[in-house]
Design a protein around this ligand. Structure first.
Ligand code: IMP
Length: 200
């Protein structure tokens, strides 16, 4: 019975977060890039659609239980953008350019109108059957006026979680896991994972 879980991401920041959380279950975590798996096109228009597609493709290609996440930032003043396009909001230029574009898009938007949320959908697929387990996590907050903090990744330096005064990039790893969209979806996924790892 394999205790190896393939994480269908090439994002090092996300892989580290999953290792932290699932390591506690005694599962060995490997990343899609470590196995040389081809990249899967994230062309669905929902987080659920992309996560399901990636998990199924990676389970089939590797023969391993595969967990995929699709996540992103949903900003109310931008009609939900960048949403499923969060990783490539500013093209292929990366996190810093994405944050610059977001701050530009929100220039002139006052404090009370900068509400946003991170969303994360996790999908767990096995190579043996078609059933996919889905869990969802949401972290409400607001977009700051400038970057603060050097931890985390992506939009963390400009995202202030609801009820907090610091940005996500000022929170330690444990603090982030306890409130983040990925932390919530991952905690909910633990039961599905334990069930899939049980000998049948
Ligand atoms: P994807 O799920 O690989 O499509 O990428 C999601 C994108 O959303 C990331 O590249 C980040 O830009 C952003 N994102 C998702 N989760 C987080 C987070 O926890 N902090 C900061 N940015 C995030």
């Amino acid at each position: 019975m394999t205790r190896t879980l393939l994480i269908a991401t090439r994002n090092r920041g996300k892989l580290l977060e999953f290792e932290r959380i699932f390591g506690a279950l005694g599962v060995q975590v490997v990343g899609a890039a470590d196995l040389g798996l081809p990249e899967v096109d994230e062309d669905a228009d929902t987080f659920e659609g992309n996560a399901t597609k990636k998990a199924r493709a990676c389970a089939a290609a590797s023969g391993l239980l595969a967990l995929a996440d699709d996540s992103g930032l949903v900003v109310d003043a931008l009609d939900g953008a960048p949403g499923v396009h969060s990783a490539r909001y500013a093209g292929s230029a990366g996190d810093a350019a994405n944050v610059d574009k977001l701050l530009d898009a929100l220039a002139g938007v006052p404090e009370g109108a900068r509400s946003a949320r991170f969303r994360c959908v996790l999908a767990l697929a096995s190579p043996d059957d078609d059933e996919v387990a889905l869990t969802v996590g949401t972290c409400e907050g607001a977009i700051a006026f400038e970057r603060v903090g050097g931890l985390g990744f992506g939009y963390d330096p400009v995202f202030v979680p609801a009820g907090h005064t610091r940005t996500m990039a000022e929170l330690g790893a444990d603090e982030k896991d306890a409130l983040s969209h990925r932390g919530q979806a991952t905690q909910a996924m633990k039961a599905h994972l334990a069930d899939r790892l049980r000998p049948r």
